[in-house]
Design a protein around this ligand. Structure first.
Ligand code: GSH
Length: 263
């Protein structure tokens, strides 16, 4: 089992001075001399994708919290590995050629880890195309639409009926696409894969997007099967105490997260 570690703010600051892994806590779960993968993380659907994959693969990793409510995503050290100021990102000290590599964008990270381990991302071309179809469907469709639905339903300062309906309907449509697919496929791409790991976080938060899973029986079956997996349970159990204290009504938090423009 991979052993996640969470880092204190002070340790994060130390790590941020050297985001390639120096100055971090003792490693657990790794063979002697093997450095764990650094996971730059906050507990959101995009972050969960990667902790699920790391747990499923049994890869040793340590969590570097990036408190997006406080602006950690804008530090030069984090931008050096994730120039889009978004979590998740990883640094793999044992990248290609035995040298460190950083990867940002959840889809790219999942594909990297799939290639690295040979797990959940098949090599056979037809199977690989199916995984990529559903992975890209998630990163280009389900994720952004669900994100906007959540924003307009829960965070927008005004109630904008049109925007709420537009994004809630779109998530509803996308849930319907998954439900139809899952009526005759066990998982999105046939076998359990990175495509399922990419999508489960938004299904987990269905009620925030105004969706009732009971109306999507095949999707609901898929969700229950995946969330019962031990690796998924371990990933969801990774706690970042500061995250549960974030108050989305706090003007300081809103100033960090909303109204971002080019810097
Ligand atoms: N396309 C990106 C999206 C990542 C993303 O939106 N991350 C959010 C958390 S779920 C974030 O870091 N937000 C920070 C911010 O808005 O400043 C990916 O798939 O990795």
């Amino acid at each position: 089992m991979a052993r996640p570690r969470t880092e204190s703010k002070a340790k994060l600051a130390a790590a941020a001075k050297s985001p390639r892994g120096k100055g971090t806590a003792a490693k657990r779960g790794a063979a002697p001399g093997v450095k764990p993968i650094e996971l730059y993380y906050w507990p959101t659907p995009n972050g969960w994708k990667i902790s699920i994959m790391l747990e499923e693969c049994g890869l040793p990793y340590e969590v570097r919290p990036i408190d997006i409510s406080k602006g950690d995503q804008f530090t030069p050290q984090f931008l050096a590995i994730s120039p889009n100021n978004r979590i998740p990102a990883i640094v793999d000290p044992a990248g290609p050629g035995g040298r460190p590599i950083s990867v940002f964008e959840s889809g790219a990270i999942l594909q990297y880890l799939g290639r690295k381990t040979g797990k959940f991302y098949p090599r056979e071309e037809r199977a690989r195309v199916a995984v990529e179809e559903w992975l890209y469907w998630q990163v280009g469709g389900l994720g952004p639409m669900a994100g906007q639905a959540n924003h307009f339903r829960r965070y927008a300062p005004e109630h904008i009926t049109y925007a709420i309906a537009r994004y809630t309907d779109e998530v509803n449509r996308l849930f319907g696409v998954m439900n139809t697919r899952l009526a005759d496929h066990e998982f999105l791409a046939g076998r359990y894969s990175i495509a399922d790991m990419a999508s489960i976080g938004w299904v987990r938060l269905a009620d925030r997007m105004g969706q009732d899973l009971a109306l999507f029986p095949h999707l609901n079956r898929w969700f229950e099967v995946i969330r019962a997996r031990p690796a998924v349970q371990r990933a969801f159990a990774v706690r970042i105490p500061a995250a549960s204290k974030v108050d989305m009504k706090d003007p300081k938090v809103r100033a960090v997260l909303f109204g971002q423009r080019a810097r």
